[in-house]
Ligand binder design. Sequence first.
Ligand code: KIV
Length: 285
Amino acid sequence: MAKKTVLDFNEMKKKGDKITFLTAYDFPIASFCEKAGIDMVLVGDSAAMVVHGLPGTMPMTMDQMIQHSQAVRRGAPDTFVIGDMPFLSYQVSREDAIENAGRFFKEAGVDAIKLEGGRRVIKQIEGIVEGGMPVMGHIGLTPQSSGQLGGFKAQGRTADAAMELIEDALAIEKGGGFALLVEAVPPEVGRIITNMLRIPVLGIGAGMEMDGQLLIVGDMLGYFEAFTPKFVKKYAELGAIIEKACREFGEEVRGGKFPEEKHCYRMLEGEHDKLQSMVRKAGPR
Ligand code: KIV
């Protein structure tokens, strides 16, 4: 299937066709997403937690994100891939933001970038858009500012807090964002934002009435075990499957059951006899 573009996502919103969106950090998962027909793949800085075992996303660097994005691009050449801008790659200045966004396109061949925040990063969003690069906004629970938010907590639960998110969403659309991701808000807030914006609004923990849904692949495949947010549905229990396979391997090696004949290479015809006579001639050392 041909790779979707920002125009296709607008069309999907108009028609009410839901957009499917998963994170991936490496070649194999990206290729499975593509084979499964997922519309968008996010190379999230959640790699910090899901892949690198860190407690939060702040330590991720541009170089790490570029490497993950390159692997995902190779695994999913015909899928819309979005690079996630890591902490401090865009907060300091508009110039930094444009330059670092550009690295994702030049070095990893992504189709868009995502960054966290609303009005407070609007200059950066406008700059990247003016540079010709599609930008996805991200509001609600924004993990890079989880310290300010008091942890990984739902957002927009009061009318005032929800209005702040709505103002951010409108600013991102006005600033040229091609799409918006809304994380961990009540479904009423997700629905209002989705209905107010012309651009596609994706949700992760934002209820049913969004233009599309994102899940973190380690959560939905059941191999990220540190914690499971309320909004996660597990579509597989890969953690348990992987652990069981590793345990069986250990038991079989210890018990001399692996490897078997069928896992062994054979010497070429006549070479074994030849080797034995050479070994005999070499004698004991
Ligand atoms: O890094 C990521 O995967 C994200 C999601 C939490 C939305 O930004």
